[in-house]
Write a protein that binds this ligand. Structure first.
Ligand SMILES: Cc1ncc(COP(=O)(O)O)c(C=O)c1O
Length: 356
């Protein structure tokens, strides 16, 4: 039995997308691919609000996150950490042999513009990494205010992870001044995993030109060279590119603004339910994510048991990430999810937890 995914990625995929992936294969050096590639990158530029180059990498998001560090950190990087994925990014930066410091706040808290100001004002850093939406804890940091601070440090390259937020709310890359904006497609984009997308400003490509040891697979300059021909340095996951083209058509049919509104409504729906059930939130307002809600298990529900029972009923449920397992649970409300589907899932949770 297929379990309907309410976990924060991978998420449910529309049947038309799965069908698009069954399109007969083409060669990536054939003109048909260049046409497909050009059409998806121009669609992505609209979704991302950017005139920068947009690249497709056949990998999960961490491939490009590692690539960004290898291409862009010349001196020293600061990694802002407030959860599992941002903590990991610091580890990755160090493992790539780069000088890096972590600025850490407790899990569940946002990265604030003040923290970013304090770090960048030291003059020690030529780059920083930040996760807009920390999926492990459901915290959305105030990207607009943070980028306003970053804009005062034009020599510092901003590397922003929008893995679990891109397309769920407006993230106008150029208006915000983001140098490199990275996301995987298996979250709010609602595609199967295996493709990472990133935009790169001219400034970031200029930096890459002066950095040694960029490797090959994620060399941003290789991506730029091939982008001129609407292509990729190595064989891309063409089936997923077909899926992406179909998904961009579906975004246009729904309308981006409607997509953003739907995500807001879904978030409100879960929050109202949690409040009504007397559950507490792991994250304070206004930092609660619009794509997933992390709920504190203040009622002492046996989450492992609930997960098992939901599984039997045909739903995949997340009983907390890493060290938060059992203490919190996360409900994902992103991608193509509709309010009545969420309502149905919540009703099953209610039915399975009558005494709480
Ligand atoms: C915010 C965030 N960044 C990075 C990652 C890592 O992405 P991937 O598993 O696609 O490498 C995830 C995965 O859940 C994530 O949620």
């Amino acid at each position: 039995m297929h379990k309907k995914l309410f976990i924060p990625g991978p998420i449910e995929i529309a049947p038309e997308i799965l069908q698009a992936m069954a399109t007969p294969m083409i060669g990536h050096r054939m003109p048909e691919y260049a046409q497909l590639h050009g059409s998806v990158t121009s669609g992505l530029k609209k979704v991302m609000g950017t005139g920068n180059r947009v690249f497709l990498a056949t990998s999960s998001a961490f491939g490009v996150m590692e690539g960004a560090v290898r291409n862009l950190v010349k001196g020293r990087c600061v990694n802002f950490c407030n959860g599992a994925f941002s903590d990991k990014w610091h580890d990755v930066t160090r493992r790539c042999g780069k000088e890096a410091d972590a600025v850490k706040v407790p899990w569940g808290k946002p990265i604030t513009p003040e923290l970013v100001e304090q770090a960048l004002a030291t003059g020690r850093y030529d780059s920083f990494t930040l996760i807009h939406n920390e999926t492990s804890t459901g915290v959305m940091s105030p990207l607009g205010e943070i980028m306003a601070v970053a804009g005062r440090y034009p020599d510092v390259i901003s590397i922003i992870d929008t893995v679990s937020s891109m397309s769920a709310l407006p993230i106008p890359v150029d208006e915000l001044g983001i140098d490199v904006c990275i996301f995987g497609v298996q979250k709010a984009f609602a595609l199967p995993p295996g493709l990472a997308i990133f935009s790169a400003s001219e400034k970031s490509l200029e930096r890459a030109r002066s950095v040694e040891g960029r490797g090959y697979y994620f060399d941003f300059l290789e991506f730029a060279l091939h982008d001129d021909k609407n292509n990729t340095p190595s064989t891309p996951c063409i089936s997923l590119v077909y899926a992406l083209a179909k998904q961009l058509e579906r975004f246009a049919a729904e309308g981006l603004e409607q997509r953003w509104n739907r995500h807001r409504e879904l978030a409100t729906q879960v929050r109202q339910w949690a409040t009504g059930r007397g559950l507490h939130f792991f994250v304070d307002e206004p930092y609660r994510s619009v794509t997933l809600t992390c709920i504190a298990n203040n009622k002492g529900i046996d989450l492992k048991q609930l997960k098992g029972e939901l599984g039997v009923r045909g739903y995949a449920f997340d009983d907390g990430y890493g060290k938060l397992k059992g203490e919190t649970f996360r409900i994902a409300h992103m991608g193509d999810l509709l309010p009545n589907e969420l309502k149905e899932f919540i009703a099953v949770i209610d039915e399975l937890t009558p005494g709480f």
